[in-house]
Design a protein around this ligand. Structure first.
Ligand SMILES: Cc1ncc(COP(=O)(O)O)c(C=O)c1O
Length: 381
């Protein structure tokens, strides 16, 4: 199988990820942060090491400001529902994933908040920072931006938007689901107050991992209460990170695997990873560009690693099914949980074929994919 669905979840993972999870589960998979016995201490050390690696990757000075979650969706919910107060206003974009949009819809439906949605300037998803600044109101408390579009791969000017947030005294939540492990993200330099990230995409960890960074001094309300192994006689959830958001037993084997994934990224460098993805996307684009019956929704430049396209007269699911069944190529059709972007693109009926190579794909696999798509496109009319 040629796997080109890395924007959904990365595959394969670095070999060390598999090996570490296997040995950890056999040797010391105890509950971290609860008991003081040796196995629990080993688990706790591993959890701390992963926090430290994440801190190194995103330039976070205190690793304890990072809490683990099951995925990016949980982290985004905890950030959004944790920070917003009644009467607040939020600025976000039409590029966002349902894990941002649905919490906002729900809070608005309850009459709790309001929001403004900034539209992109073109089909690739360019967001003009000026449009973000213009949307800020007297009661805007939060700006939420995706690091890059999960539909088109277009990278947003998230550093400039961080400057705008700082200038206007507005909190800034970056959804790094499409960018963590690929793009340089520095919470200090970019004024990021809250950073939500999945562990299972660009960070190369297993599914069931993710996390939220919350800037020192910023208080969140807890949205899940339970055992943390700390302040057990208090009736309320601890108000300090990471316990505030880490109730219940952690996904320790997953976090241990994630630690190995991030070590691989730190060793390889996000720049090399990004360059590799860009090279693969560019090769694919160059081979497909001449075909008269493919419409592109991505540019190879300023791209985190996605090529979105439609073959004339063919639904995205049909194309993806043929790629899977006839050519053994895995891509993602449909709407990518980004309804507003698909509405903007007028692809609500067809969806888009999203091709997202990973660091480990070869140029030969990409060339085979391009030839397969050209064959399908040639027979589509
Ligand atoms: C931009 C964006 N945000 C959030 C998510 C949600 O991530 P998770 O599946 O880890 O909850 C995704 C997943 O595809 C995404 O692409």
């Amino acid at each position: 199988m040629v796997y080109l669905d890395n924007a959904a979840t990365s595959f394969p993972k670095p070999q060390e990820v598999y090996e570490k999870i296997y040995t950890f589960m056999q040797e010391s998979c105890a509950n971290p942060g609860r008991s003081s016995h040796r196995m629990a201490r080993v688990s706790a050390q591993y959890i701390m090491q992963t926090r430290e690696s994440i801190a190194a990757l995103f330039n976070i000075s205190n690793p304890l400001r990072i809490g683990f979650t099951a995925n990016a969706t949980y982290a985004l919910n905890m950030a959004i529902k944790g920070i917003l107060r009644k009467g607040d206003h939020v600025v976000t974009t039409a590029l966002e994933h349902n894990s941002v949009l649905r919490p906002l819809y729900e809070l608005k439906k309850k009459g709790f908040i309001n929001y403004s949605i900034v539209l992109p300037r073109n089909i690739y998803g360019d967001i003009d920072p000026y449009d973000i600044a213009k949307a800020i109101r007297y009661n805007t408390r939060l700006i939420i931006i995706t690091a890059s579009s999960n539909v088109t791969g277009n990278i947003l000017p998230f550093e400039q938007i961080g400057d705008i947030a700082k200038k206007h005294g507005v909190h800034y939540l970056l959804d790094a689901s499409q960018g963590a492990g690929v793009l340089p993200i520095d919470v200090e330099k970019m004024n990021i107050d809250l950073l939500a990230f999945p562990g299972h995409k660009g960070l190369m960890g297993p599914q069931g991992t993710g996390g939220l960074y919350c800037r020192e001094g910023l208080k969140l309300k807890s949205i899940i209460q339970g055992g943390t192994g700390s302040k057990s006689f208090e009736t309320v959830q601890p108000d300090f990170m990471p316990d505030l958001i880490e109730s219940g037993t952690l996904n320790t084997p997953g976090i241990v695997g994630l630690g190995e994934g991030i070590k691989f990224i730190l060793k390889t460098g996000t720049q090399a990873i990004h360059e590799r993805k860009q090279l693969l996307i560019k090769r694919l684009y160059d081979m497909l560009e001449g075909s008269g019956n493919i419409k592109f929704y991505s540019r190879p430049e300023n791209n985190s690693g996605v090529l979105a396209l439609l073959i004339d007269g063919m639904d995205s699911s049909e194309a993806a099914n043929i790629l899977d069944s006839k050519y053994q190529i895995a891509v993602r059709p449909g709407f990518h949980c980004a309804p507003l972007m698909h509405k903007f693109l007028k692809t609500e009926k067809t969806g888009l074929v999203r091709i997202s190579p990973g660091y480990f794909n070869t140029v030969e696999e990409i060339e085979y994919t391009a030839e397969s798509i050209l064959e399908i496109a040639a027979g589509s009319n």
